[in-house]
Design a binder for this molecule. Structure first.
Ligand code: TXA
Ligand code: MG
Length: 320
């Protein structure tokens, strides 16, 4: 009989069928495996195995009231876990696989661990669009719960190097999938029963509103129980953060946007998609540089700018 390996060493799994097979084997044994998605790297474990999910919380040092997203290979798998509203069906058809998470009524027979839902009667589900995540989820054959693969409260990982920097030795393995294309976490939509925005993310709100033909109510409130993950200080680099800065003051490093004289620039041409893809990578770079005072250029609040500004406000929020 195979036992879960001790986690003193984190295995680096290749981005090919051999690596995926090993990742699936480890997940089935109840271990925690980080894998790439198009948004950020997730720290995955079997969503139906309490001990495996407890291992995620332990590795991240995450508050246990914070529910997790269940990742599946396709819509058919998602429909076994949750009840779809008509609006959810339209969004799934339009945007899955992709950077969209939907919070829907949990099917009580789905067998999902209460540690995934934090005991709530809803479940967040997502079908990622990534050439490694897809075969991993398909071959695992059930839901994989996966928060972002970073220590709780730290910057989300958009490269396997970031995962190793934060979690090496604390998790069984990481799939080496290179950089994530989108670079910010998925957009989260809830239904009450009308669609509401719970977290701005990698799928622009404007695209969702166009698909539904109605505006979305925004419930993006820092510490509300509707989205318990939204702790106010989050995504934080080590240095202090000052937002909407036109220029660096003395002692500050400027993270720029658009045509400014900056140490690092999210997008010199002012492209929000490029800026989202660079955001966490550059915050990691500022940590690596030892920047202790970070000024950040203003970012327009449209398209992916909504998600970027949300993450930046959290990065600038008072630390606990
Ligand atoms: O792009 C992403 O969404 C990444 C990749 C790995 O898929 N995952 C991610 O997971 O960002 P995490 O755990 O860092 O954020 C999940 C968010 C949390 O804010 C959590 O509170 C919220 O989803 N959430 C999960 N289940 C929920 C539920 N039933 N009701 C409301 N919010 C929920
Ligand atoms: Mg996270």
């Amino acid at each position: 009989m195979k036992t879960a390996p001790t986690q003193s060493q984190t295995e680096k799994l290749t981005n090919d069928p051999v690596g995926i097979r090993r990742a699936v084997e480890l997940l089935k044994s109840g271990a925690q495996v980080a894998f790439p998605t198009e948004t950020v790297y997730g720290l995955g474990a079997d969503a139906c195995n309490d001990t495996a999910i407890a291992g995620i919380y332990a590795a991240k040092g995450r508050p246990s009231f914070n529910p997790l997203i269940a990742h599946v290979a396709d819509e058919a798998m998602a429909r076994k876990l949750v009840d779809f509203t008509p609006g959810a069906g339209r969004l799934a058809a339009a945007f899955w696989p992709g950077a969209l998470t939907m919070v829907l009524p949990l099917n009580p027979d789905a067998g999902v661990s209460k540690l995934v839902t934090a005991g709530m009667d809803t479940l967040a589900v997502r079908v990622p669009d990534h050439p490694l995540a897809h075969p991993l989820l398909r071959d695992f054959g059930g839901p994989v719960a996966a928060p972002s693969a970073n220590p709780s409260g730290r910057i989300s990982p958009t490269h396997s190097d970031h995962v190793m920097a934060g979690l090496d030795g604390k998790i069984a393995a990481v799939v080496l999938g290179g950089a994530c294309g989108v670079g910010v976490e998925s957009t989260i939509i809830g239904f009450d029963p009308d669609p509401v925005l719970l977290r701005a993310g990698g799928l622009p709100v404007e695209a969702i509103e166009a698909c539904l033909g109605q505006p979305l109510r925004h419930i993006v409130n820092a510490d509300m129980p509707t989205a318990p993950g939204q702790l106010s200080s989050h995504y934080a680099p080590r240095g202090d953060v000052r937002l909407n800065a036109d220029a660096a003051q003395s002692g500050e490093v400027l993270l720029g946007f658009g045509y400014v004289d900056a140490t690092l620039n999210l997008s010199p041409t002012g492209d929000l998609i490029e800026a989202a893809a660079n955001l966490f990578e550059m915050l990691h770079q500022l940590d690596a540089m030892g920047a202790d005072k970070i000024a950040i250029s203003p970012i327009p609040n449209t398209g992916l700018g909504l998600a970027i500004n949300d993450r930046l406000r959290r990065a600038a929020a008072p630390r606990p």
